[in-house]
Design a protein around this ligand. Sequence first.
Ligand code: 9MR
Length: 475
Amino acid sequence: MVWGARLWAATALVALVAAGAIAAAVRTPGPEHVASSLTDSHGRSLVQHGFSTAGSAKSSPDGLPDFTEDDLDAEHTDMGTNFVRFLISWRMVEPSPGVYDEGYLDDVAERVSWYAERGYHVMLDMHQDLWSMAITPDGAHGNGAPEWATYMDGLPVADHDMWELYYLEPGVMRAFDNFWNTTGKHPELQDHYAKAWQHVAERFADEDAVVAYDLMNEPYGGTMQGPRFEAGPLTELYQTTIDAIRQVDADTWACLEPQAMGFNWGLPSGLGFVDDPRAGQPRIAFCPHLYPLPMDLGDGYTGASKQLVDATIDAWAGNVLRTAEALGDVPVILGEFGLNTTLDGALDYVDAVYDMAATTGMGVAYWSRDDGSWGPYESDGTERNLVTALNRAYPRAVAGEITEWSSGEGELTLTMIPDADATASTEIYLPAEEFPNGPEVDGAVIEAWLPDSGILTVNVPAKGADPVTVTVTAA
Ligand code: 9MR
């Protein structure tokens, strides 16, 4: 890594730790668990377990990931996933102003149908990094927005080794400033964005498998940073976009991300409240990303780096729960975390994040379902070490409210307040190899155990409004 980047990163780390210490000293304790969950058509609380699929879609000519139906079968069998954060892009949805590419949406719909047939839930993620492919002539760096929506006003974009550093280039910052209309020159761009989402929502409104829309990947404010950006233009864009979506789709959840820079490292968010105009309960969720700086910079999860990462995870979880509360006790999906799993201690980090997500009640989409060092498979399909780490017991759909859950090798504990009027049973995924003689259950009645799919179905009798603890162990 370039020396300048290390120095910059080290300085940022010191600032982060200092900020964390001050914040911890002045804050009152926040919530310890999310207050609500996404629910299915039976009202069951859902726990998301899956991938962001996939980075390969970012710059492919057809905007689709390098991912087949067989690839989906493989992850379903190997890791019992039930969820996907599927990457889409504005450049593909609206290739020229006001013109929508139905052929692209057909292709996305075909992929969605693969997931739907296997009982998955899908979150469509309007992805971007560094605004768009048009930030450099060779199209090799950014992705997301269409070329026609990229106004750099002739400002330069120099080369970097680390992709994130392109965010600091004047041309890239100006492209964002023009989108957020900080420049006052392009008020039309955000309307296009909201209408592009409306078009996507119109297409998927009746597709039950699509449960959420992740409105913008890793928002970045250009020259406007921090709470001013989040409480200002970002909150406004979310409101405009949700208003546009609700004209055509009343039910799909809208997932909000904070500004990525800072928040992903453990700093708080200044995102404002967004009103959901749908009739009934709001369907807004919070979908932040977690990339502790030492891991982002390629360190392992050992020694001093591990200590910093653990402190970051703690601070991050506290900030997430506070923001989710401020947004109206909304559910949380950790939309991205991931790393090169050849690093020292990588799988311990993966375990630590999944344990935190279980304890706090967040769903998880691992970044990413690409082949190679960050993903579950090599390009020839060989399983990587990540597969074992992600093949974990978890409650897939819970007929009631989840109070707390945790799992380890060959065991799962779920505390829930059963819904006395439930119309469907509670489903738990168990890695079949950890339960060679099947599961033994305390606190619930086994209805079915399907070792081929690893799905255990149980009936959990209600005890008034009291929590009930279900424990699953290997028989
Ligand atoms: O892992 C991705 C890397 O290969 C790309 O060069 C980079 C730029 O497109 O994006 C990385 O993925 C990032 C994702 O798009 C947004 N969140 C952070 C991810 C990891 O850096």
